[in-house]
Design a protein around this ligand. Sequence first.
Ligand code: MN
Length: 208
Amino acid sequence: MGLELYKKKRNFNLTPEPEGKKKSSASKLSFVVQRHKASHLHYDFRLEMQGVLKSWAVPKGPSLNPKDKRLAMMVEDHPYDYKDFAGVIPSGYGAGIVEIWDKGTYADIENSDAKTAQKNLLAGLKAGNLKLTMFGKKLKGEFALVKLKSKEDNTWLLIKHNDEHAVDTDYNSEKETPKNSPINKWLLKNKDTARSASRPAPVKKKVS
Ligand code: MN
């Protein structure tokens, strides 16, 4: 695990993203889910492990409905400080807007102390079957991240376990996002611009 690839992809003279070093939480392990409008709108699911954030891009965002198996593409480790990053990436890799959709602490499925949890989580990561307990504002309770063996090396599924925090109705992470979030404001503004630019000049019909 390391941040070499993260650093290689970015020019820290151009991006406000943290250059970052390995760091760890004092007690509980941290997680963050960021909503990221880059070339496509997606979610980034990040779990603190061994001083970095193990990261997955989740195109549709997480779900609290256990029937949903959300595609999660593993990407490069991000620095610990990235858990607090929100803002505009003006150019280069990931250019767009990042906002924090959910954050909190997490543990292994037994909710062990941080040291034991990390040991179990690392074993799960290696085995391609990661079982988590999330303590977020939106994401609560048990989840699994399961690696698909038949696909490319980085393809996982994010699945909610059936517990008291699960829902049996449709879950859409977009609907759980405040309407006035920075990305939503940007989307609204740019939709208006696109619409007015493409709208043909009004033609008055002659009434005969
Ligand atoms: Mn992203």
